[in-house]
Design a protein around this ligand. Sequence first.
Ligand code: PAD
Ligand code: ZN
Ligand code: ZN
Length: 380
Amino acid sequence: METAGKVITCRAAIAWTSNAPLSVEEVEVDPPKAGEVRIKVLSSGICGTDNHTLDGTFPVPLPAILGHEGAGIVESIGEGVSSVKPGDKVILTILPQCRKCDSCLHAKGNCCLKEDIFSPVGLMLDGTTRFTCRGRKVHNNFGASTFTEYTVMHEISVVKINDAAPLENVCVIACGLPTGYGAAVNTAQVTPGSTCVVVGLGGVGSAVVLGCRAAGAARIIGIDINVGKLARAKALGVTDCLNPRNFKKPIQQVVVEMTGFGADFTFEAIGTIETMVAALESCNLSYGVCVLIGVSPTGSQLSFDPMKLLSGRILKGCLLGEYKTKDNIPLLVDDYMKKKIDMDPLITHTLPFVKINEGFDLLRSGKCVRCILLFGDPSE
Ligand code: PAD
Ligand code: ZN
Ligand code: ZN
């Protein structure tokens, strides 16, 4: 049936309030307006950030359709859209690349000023939404919304990828993989033979490990309080595992003692102030580079003795691994398909979309690294 130009009724997981299970119900998805694209979502990862938005530590306007790590096929396009067409395989990302703003025009900038991440309003750029449920308007999430069978996004956040890409797993290249991998290869610029520390070994931290290994790190120290995560990270390339719960002293002190003077590169992939300070203090006081990746609770303040930087340490942060999304995500997909990036071990679980709340339970309990939701036959 031809759906272009018509409202599509489909299923989506609605977050009506924070700290409650998502409710899978029927929604109406409007056709795309000018500069917008409507996509049939085929897979979506559940990212740590989805948990922060749902539990209210990183509040977003509700009700909303969450999810931002998606892959799918373009169903229809609005007026003026030229970079994708119906039938194209695409990755749905929270980070646009408008190619016109100050950040996009800078060689290094990737934080496009059209983003809706830092002070999210949950609406399209024209101030309206394309989602309605039970007669109520429903917000989008960071301009993406992937926990739905159909979504509408701005063309600038939709990335066309290789026609042969497997849509059931490349959704991870929308967020988790580039975030961690890019933190190592772009932001820290890990050097061959170096020592790295990765604090937090979930989906993002595991991708940091892949990046450190690809850059030729000689030693990768993985830190997590979940024993299962430590065991999995060893298979990815972590050489030394540390569980902070097994030590009386702060973990940064353990790292400094293990390495002599601290690591060359450290990464924080959890999102607590305590672990950020641990990552900073784990890097070499003179030439160490610490990269913050984790999303901290809204309103929190990072505080530490500034002398820790005066000695020469560098403290950085990054969004989506500093990749310009439209330019680089297709290349990462190609690298995955050429087996240059082996991200398959990151995907430990898959579930049918309707079991989304079980997916959140797997994330919160630490049983999964990445759980992927698959949008199959609506009768399942
Ligand atoms: P995750 O829940 O899969 O991983 C978090 C890991 O941290 C788990 O393995 C936990 O066991 C571990 N952990 C929790 N507390 C501690 C502790 N005190 N000490 C040691 N280990 C601990 O989440 P994720 O990997 O999907 O996301 C990680 C963070 O990265 C999260 O804050 C998310 O919001 C953020 C993120 N940032 C960006 C970005 O662009 N900067 C993108 C995507 C995700
Ligand atoms: Zn994410
Ligand atoms: Zn821009």
